[in-house]
Design a binder for this molecule. Structure first.
Ligand code: ADP
Ligand code: G6P
Length: 484
């Protein structure tokens, strides 16, 4: 069966608009796992991308989007939100309710603003209307992430022939958490309006099935393996565990460029050839950054022999600064960094080097190349692409990945690969960090080789093909099952 035209539908377009020093609008690539994953897919296949233009402005910036579309080889269809919608739908319902709830942090949810749900519905309706107006009915709409769970149902009310699939880039919570959501049944029913609903891991998929069985008990689920089939009323929906990945070839290629290697050498020189420990995250409370810093403090207390021998570089990307929790977290992190540096610094050395900024991809790769240890400790994470990017860049197979057992990536990288840690166990993380500093090169190579091979085989194109093959297969038996 030939695949129809593809439209990616996500809250954000893969670009970020900002004003330069001359007051001119400019476009740059957006941050975050979803954009990093989907941009190469559309560049390769063509199609279109429907998303929020990220601006609360009335200014006409359509020509910028047109120029981008021409250069990128796929169309952008921007959706414009009012400031109230941005606040209620994006900062509010999506990031103050769904984000913490789905990351198993229900006490951080702000359930007490009834307007949030109204705005969430309105904006999902706006997306559905944009798709109906701009894209032919034969286009397959691949809807992404928690912001847009109602779009498929709303679109199918406008035109019942529309076909949609859904991928959730964050974890799906167990019933204990999902059932706390006042709008739980509407959201679950809306997800069942897709032909395929997919998650990163089997754990997420099982949580979703458990919620279906609890809230829509007439659902019948059959099948085994990564993809199963659920029947609910007149709908038959495929449900899958399809872990997302990265453009492995592109990262390995960049890591092999002479100028990138040169930049990595300069970094090693700048840090006087100490053991470099790296953290790279969006500034988010799910990433376990204070816990990570505390484990570093503990390690330096308990292992004075490692003082002046290591440098910890923490790069944080600014994120969701309009949400209060994120502003508070930034202050907390900066205070901790200051405290720990104050506690251990000696002339010419301080343990933590903190950077708060967006980084061009090439520079990021030079940091991955320079770092001996990648320290990835989210309290909960859908996948965590940074972990995979680091491995892809380690062309000589050295380097240690310390990875939270609560990142989706752990399911793929734990066997003889990453050093797994519990991010709530600060002493355990300190021990793992110290052990990583001491790990013999032969063991590093064995583990890294294994992880790189897994990521090479299951790259972003494999993920995309698996999703689309699953969406378009005529029978469940025709769906390719993933091996380990
Ligand atoms: P999340 O999706 O929660 O942000 P991921 O680790 O899955 O977490 O994805 C983060 C993406 O953002 C990665 O592709 C990474 O390369 C990119 N990124 C991380 N730090 C920076 C930075 N300082 N500047 C630009 N991009 C970054
Ligand atoms: C995660 C989410 C994405 C989101 C990204 C950046 O990766 O899964 O949907 O786009 O974070 O967050 P932001 O709120 O800036 O879009």
């Amino acid at each position: 069966m030939t695949s129809p035209q593809l439209a990616v539908v996500s809250n954000r377009l893969p670009v970020r608009l900002s004003k330069n020093d001359d007051g001119q609008w400019t476009l740059a690539q957006g941050a975050g796992g979803l954009v990093t994953a989907m941009a190469p897919v559309l560049r390769n296949r063509g199609g279109s991308w429907v998303g929020w233009n990220g601006l609360a402005t009335e200014e006409d910036v359509s020509s910028l989007f047109e120029t981008f579309s021409k250069q990128a080889g796929y169309e952008l269809h921007p959706v414009q939100l009012t400031p109230e919608q941005e606040h209620g739908f994006y900062a509010g319902f999506s990031n103050e309710i769904l984000w913490p709830l789905f990351h198993d942090l229900p006490t951080r949810c702000n359930f007490y603003k009834p307007d949030y749900w109204r705005h969430y519905r309105d904006v999902n309706q706006l997306f559905a209307e944009t798709i109906a107006a701009k894209l032919p009915a034969s286009t397959y709409c691949w809807v992404h992430d928690y912001h847009l769970m109602l779009v498929a149902g709303m679109l199918r009310k406008i035109d019942p022939t529309r076909r949609c699939g859904f991928f959730l880039h964050i974890p799906f919570p167990p019933p204990d958490n999902f059932l706390k959501l006042p709008w739980r049944k509407e959201l679950l029913q809306a997800l069942m309006e897709h032909e395929l609903v997919a998650f990163h891991t089997l754990r997420d998929r099982r949580n979703f099935e458990a919620c279906l069985q609890s809230l829509l008990p007439k659902t019948v689920i059959r099948g085994r393996g990564a993809i199963v089939q659920a029947r609910y009323e007149s709908r038959t929906v495929r449900i899958g565990a399809i872990p997302i990945s990265i453009d492995y070839k592109s990262f390995t290629h960049t890591a092999g460029l002479p100028e990138i290697k040169e930049a990595a050498h300069s970094l090693a020189d700048a840090y006087e050839h100490r053991t470099l420990i790296l953290g790279v995250d969006r500034l988010d409370y799910t990433k376990g950054i204070p816990e990570r810093l505390e484990s570093l403090r503990l390690m330096l207390q308990q292992h004075p022999e490692l003082r002046e021998k290591i440098s910890f570089i923490q790069v944080l990307v600014p994120s969701r600064e309009d949400v209060g929790e994120y502003r508070h977290l930034k202050m907390e992190i900066e205070q901790l960094v200051g405290e720990i540096n104050g506690q251990f610094a000696t002339p010419g050395w301080s343990p933590i080097h903190y950077q708060y900024r967006n980084m061009p991809r090439e520079e990021l790769v030079s940091y991955y190349l320079a770092a001996h240890i990648m320290f990835v400790t989210p309290l909960r994470d859908g996948m965590n692409l940074v972990a995979k990017e680091y491995c892809a860049c380690r062309r000589n197979n050295t380097g240690v990945l310390i990875l939270s057992e609560f990142a989706g990536a752990a399911a793929q990288l734990q066997r003889d690969g990453a050093v797994l840690v519990n991010p709530f166990d600060v002493q355990g993380m300190a021990n793992a960090l110290q052990a990583a500093c001491m790990m013999p090169i032969a063991e590093q190579k064995r583990r890294m080789q294994h992880m790189r091979e897994t990521i090479r085989k299951h790259d972003i194109y494999f993920w995309c093909d698996t999703f689309l093959d699953t969406a378009f297969a005529l029978k469940l038996a025709d769906i390719p099952q993933m091996e380990d």
